[in-house]
Write a protein that binds this ligand. Structure first.
Ligand code: C5P
Length: 420
């Protein structure tokens, strides 16, 4: 039975949320005006982007009136770009919601095309992208559309609906856009996804800095972007998140308690100072394996032709957390250039951790210090691949996977007979 609209969402559930509502060409576009009104009633700030075809179904003037903001429809419009450019709009959005999403738009998104403002924005945003498909039932059931939808889901894009029923074309079947009230409800859930609700998550990120002398140190190419994205995705999934970060150029993520440290030893101390009560530990930091045995108090002068630095091993933070009793659910990252799976399985066993996420850093354009990444996930049950995508989308997919595994482990523990 369907819930009544009043039970589906509550006023204010989207307060402070910034939503770009994309409208593509389809008869369901007439529902978009009501959708905007309901999104605003729930507290969202809405900016509307229309494709050319959408303007044939509903006028930009209507959408401007209901959204209270100018409508954007051209990619290369000097006036629009001087107001809020497509990149600014992409950065501004917490969510890009496309409703209705036509078969053509879905196909374009699945193949990463960016030939108009809306498709460009959806590619450029770090926010969650969600599509509410609306089309003729045969078009929805067409294998090409189904494959495109499957691709989008694997890329972390959310698909709302469609519903089945009588269609504008006179046919009956799946392809009707969900009602605005249902779309608002699903959009609300994007921000309060319960997967990690009430749990505590600790994430390490960035490189470490191992002091050689007051002006020199040992570090690595980690930018911290992946770890920051993981911390944000965990917060988005409802967790209380602490991020212990090595030196990075990144702003502290919102809704996350960020603690900045420098060396591996400081990171170790900070992690253990905050580990009590943590349910999930995710070690994304590229911790320096070694540090200089002693740091020079003055700048080392270049007198000798050769200089030998004695290095000593740093403690393994991840391993030390996995050895705690009780230990949180532990996730490690591995940057590998060869024999990815073999090395990951060794790490799983050696460090007694629950899951390893492998970065293949042999490919120079992904992994360290890049916007995109892909991951191979290995645990005791098998492996799973998260395909190449922006780090923020990838982080969401990883968090979803971690949440499933965490809950499965807890359920298995709870169902075990109690020991006498
Ligand atoms: O053994 P390896 O350094 O390849 O393992 C990588 C994983 O271990 C990452 O999750 C990293 O954050 C963690 N690690 C750590 N402390 C170290 C070295 C690695 O927590 N000293």
């Amino acid at each position: 039975m369907r819930q009544t609209p009043s039970k589906l969402y509550h006023m204010g559930t989207l307060t402070n949320k910034r939503i770009v509502l994309g409208i593509t060409g389809g008869i369901a576009a007439y529902k978009s005006a009501e959708l905007v009104r309901r999104l605003r009633d729930a507290g969202a700030d809405v900016r509307v982007v229309m494709t050319q075809a959408a303007t044939e179904f509903i006028t930009p003037l209507t959408m401007q009136a209901v959204s209270g903001n100018p409508v954007h429809s051209h990619l290369l419009d000097a006036d629009a770009e001087s107001g809020m450019s497509h990149i600014e709009l992409a950065r501004w959005a917490d969510t890009a919601l496309v409703a209705p999403a036509s078969a053509n738009f879905i196909a374009k998104m699945a193949h990463g095309r960016a030939d108009d403002l809306l498709s460009t924005l959806c590619l450029a945003t770090e926010g969650q992208v969600a599509l509410a498909p609306a089309m003729n039932q045969q078009m929805w059931l067409n294998l090409a559309t189904q494959e495109n939808v499957g691709t989008l889901k694997r890329h972390g894009i959310r698909i709302f609906g469609p519903a089945a029923g009588a269609q504008a074309c006179g046919e009956t079947g799946p392809g009707r856009m969900l009602e605005p009230v249902e779309i608002v409800s699903l959009t609300t859930q994007l921000f309060s996804t319960g997967t990690l609700a009430g749990l505590r998550v600790l994430v390490t990120a960035g490189p470490t800095w191992e002091v050689i002398d007051p002006v020199r140190g040992i570090t690595n190419r980690s930018s911290g972007r992946m770890g920051y994205a993981v911390a944000e995705a965990a917060a988005e999934a409802g967790a209380k998140v602490t991020l212990v970060s090595g030196p990075t150029a990144l702003d502290a993520p919102q809704r996350v308690t960020t603690i900045r440290v420098s060396s591996a030893l400081e990171m170790f101390d900070s992690v253990h100072a905050h580990i009590e009560g943590v349910d999930i530990f995710i070690g994304v930091a590229a911790v320096s394996d070694y540090r200089p045995a002693s740091a020079a108090s003055q700048k080392i002068k270049k007198h000798a032709d050769t200089l030998t630095l004695e290095l000593v091993k740093n403690p393994d933070i991840l391993k030390s957390v996995a050895a705690l009793s009780p230990a949180p659910f532990t996730v490690g990252f591995a940057a590998e250039t060869e024999n990815l799976e073999t090395h990951a399985r060794e790490k799983l066993i050696d460090k007694h951790i629950d899951l390893v996420a492998i970065n293949d850093v042999s490919e120079t354009d992904i992994g360290f210090d890049t916007e995109d990444n892909r991951l191979l996930l290995i645990d005791r049950h098998g492996k799973s691949e998260l395909p190449r995508q922006h780090k923020s989308q990838l982080a969401r997919a990883l968090i979803q996977y971690v949440a499933e595994r965490y809950h499965a482990k807890r359920a298995a523990q709870d169902s075990r007979p109690a020991r006498r």
